[in-house]
Design a protein around this ligand. Sequence first.
Ligand code: ADP
Ligand code: MG
Length: 242
Amino acid sequence: MISIQNINKWYGDFQVLADCSTRVSKGEVVVVCGPSGSGKSTLIKCVNALEPFQEGDIRVNGISLGDPKTNLPQLRARVGMVFQHFELFPHLSITENLTIAQIKVLGRSKADAMDKGLKLLDRVGLLAHADKHPGQLSGGQQQRVAIARALAMDPVVMLFDEPTSALDPEMVNEVLDVMVQLAHEGMTMMCVTHEMGFARKVADRVIFMDAGQIVEDCAKDAFFGEVGARSDRAQHFLSKIL
Ligand code: ADP
Ligand code: MG
């Protein structure tokens, strides 16, 4: 579903991604972790074509981002993205947040978009808040709306960039629960997160990045298994967060 092939990316003279390659199969859940500044956000933004890269190619569902003929807005519409800061439209109601892109980007009727939006809102347990505005919801609730909004576009993959790191601790689990449910339903997911409990529960693979490189890319059991199986850098990182 996602194929990242030898990506190199620079910000000016600074190489932020160095020869990164990996693949994510349909239905697979891959957790990306690593120290702050290691390039995790940049890598997943490249998958969503929010950031350009200078070398290599990324294919999403078989479509090359590097091909000038690719319709990037159309492709981006099918790649769900959930950020650290929920980025809901503050001036729109929750239902408007859930329907606007369905109507404007996918051309759905207002009724169809509303139907879909409300079903997803129900699924994340927030149907009662449909007519509120984002500012009236807690951070955890806003993040669940953001996930529902991404799902409303029928994404082929979901990308998460530290979706719980800006939340108060008591709200982390309500968001992780939604993500776990999605994983169990077979959604293809690439999640930047340091929630190692989540990784242990649902990840198929764990990628560890450091200084713009993918240092580890291995099955979950190998990553969390014997100490000797990990690189020193991954070991050092894990010992600080676990
Ligand atoms: P992570 O998500 O792992 O914390 P990022 O992908 O956000 O890392 O950033 C990787 C590196 O690239 C950092 O050193 C950061 O300062 C730098 N960086 C990120 N965005 C930009 C930008 N727009 N211009 C210049 N440098 C950037
Ligand atoms: Mg980041």
